[in-house]
Design a protein around this ligand. Structure first.
Ligand code: SAH
Ligand code: DHB
Ligand code: MG
Length: 226
């Protein structure tokens, strides 16, 4: 048990969540089912989930690609942003996570909008490219940090001018700038930052996030016109 007083930013995050969004049963149940199944507690926070939802609606997304389903918490927030004929294709390599996610997605009533592909992100991205699927309007990358630069580059082949790409976990409590930290995931995120610094096909920014998940960040990119 951790009896330490919560950081003020955690309390503030809960306060903001209480004022901006509802905790309805499917969302609450998704988190509970994820914990009960022993899955890691690394889903986006409620305020972050709602942010993804608002961005998806703001860009009028009809087709969303998500890398990293876990128990489907962010999937539900994104799925709820879609029109009735929309598609949310979500990728998860762990069949156990996918099983928990399927039940959560079903409880949330978004099964008809969601295609869950079980496999490694790199493999499924290659599959999608070879299937020549229609471009996605929004892409959310939330898988292993090592592969992020590669997934981002591959995502560009599945995008169109105007597609919004969001990447989670770009700060990791500041580890991103700690030269002594040579963790492969952190190195992967540095490679990703170097990529967006030079990749002319996107215009990007990054924003630190602080709240119930501690200190981390999102990068947000828009694909430029050809
Ligand atoms: N987006 C989710 C959280 C995803 S956690 C949410 O906010 O609710 C990251 C998930 O990605 C885990 O379930 C993990 O099993 C999966 N994952 C990690 N590396 C992967 C890879 N290379 N390909 C596919 N899935 C991967
Ligand atoms: C962690 C958080 C994440 O959002 C994620 O995608 C992976 C790991 C973590 O806090 O360990
Ligand atoms: Mg994440």
């Amino acid at each position: 048990m951790n009896d330490a007083a919560p950081e003020q930013w955690e309390v503030v995050d809960r306060y903001l969540a209480d004022h901006a969004l509802t905790y309805d049963d499917p969302l609450t149940d998704a988190v509970a089912a994820s914990s009960a199944a022993g899955l890691p507690r690394i889903a986006v926070s409620p305020t972050q989930g709602k942010l993804l939802h608002v961005i998806a609606r703001a860009c009028g997304a009809r087709r969303i690609l998500e890398l990293g389903t876990l128990a489907g918490y962010s999937t539900i927030w994104l799925g709820r942003a879609l029109p009735a004929d929309g598609l949310l294709l979500t990728i998860e390599r762990d069949p156990r996570h996918a099983e928990v996610a399927r039940a959560n997605i079903e409880r949330a009533g978004v099964t008809a909008l969601v295609e869950l592909r079980v496999g490694k992100a790199a493999d499924v991205l290659a599959e999608l490219a070879s299937e020549e699927v229609d471009p996605f309007d929004m892409i959310f990358i939330d898988v292993d940090l090592e592969g992020t630069a590669d997934y981002f580059s591959r995502s560009l082949d599945l995008a169109r001018p105007g597609t919004v790409i969001i990447v989670d976990n770009v700060v990791r409590s500041g580890a991103i700038i700690e030269d002594t930290n040579t963790d492969p995931g952190i190195e992967g995120m540095r490679q990703f930052q170097e990529l967006i610094a030079r990749e002319r096909r996107v215009s990007a920014t990054s924003i630190q996030t602080v709240g119930v998940k501690g200190h981390d960040g999102f990068s947000i990119a828009i694909v430029e016109g050809s």
